[in-house]
Design a protein around this ligand. Sequence first.
Ligand SMILES: [Zn+2]
Length: 289
Amino acid sequence: MILSVDLGGTKLQYGVFPIQPEGSPPQAMLVDTVVTERDFLGQLTSIIRELTDACPISAIAIGVPGPTSANVMRGSFPLDHPDTLDFGAALHGFNVPIIIRNDLDMAIHCELRLGAGLSTDNFCLLSLSTGIGVSVVIDGRVLDRKVEMGHQILRPDLDPPIPCMDHSNCWAALASGSGIARRFGRGAHTTTKEIFAHVLTEGDVRDLRRCNAQAFGNIVSAYDPEVIVVMGSLGLTQFDSIVPGQDEIAGFTVNRPVPEVMRCRMQQDIGILGAYYAAAEMVARKQPG
Ligand SMILES: [Zn+2]
């Protein structure tokens, strides 16, 4: 069995999956979603303890909202945890192989096996959510580099500047869920759902869409994908209003044809399914033959 976890800033989803033969889609034995607690590591530890006591878990895969290397998370804005956290060491006592990766790099394994990857070897997965993240598949392989297209500066001259970490006026500052909330949230309207319903003018929405078209165009120029896949709560709920079409992206890149833009295939469970595939790969590598 594989225990896969998608640890988000607001919710924590986990699932237990029997290991399937190569080529068979994963079938969850159990899936649950809970609110992420402030002590997320303590919460995670008790979930893992309960499940490892109940069933024979042979690998654990955890997607986390922050950059990772060698099972260490290098800070996380959504978890409000700016310091590094060595998950590998913290969960070592379970004596089960563990793989910790950035959540988007987990999710792209799902899209690779069950979504866009079925029809193309070259695509980008864009998460438009609280933050903005981009993961890339080139020639059928996940690009294992620090891709930070969410922080591309789109409006260097914007004044007053919209800050983000050590810079300002990046794509995330302008058009992510938290960026939109900071720029447009007022009164009782603080969530993106309420802001889209009650605050944004047609001009504001057009401006966000144009921002996204410029950012998508730069991604096309950088990675030459055949398809762009959109995931994330903001991207999926506001797809028709803020995700640009091919004709709009064409104004920001010389690459032709401009790739098709589509929603991710497994919208709810993309994180835990991707984590399942990452763990199954790790288990297969450890077994002879
Ligand atoms: Zn930024």
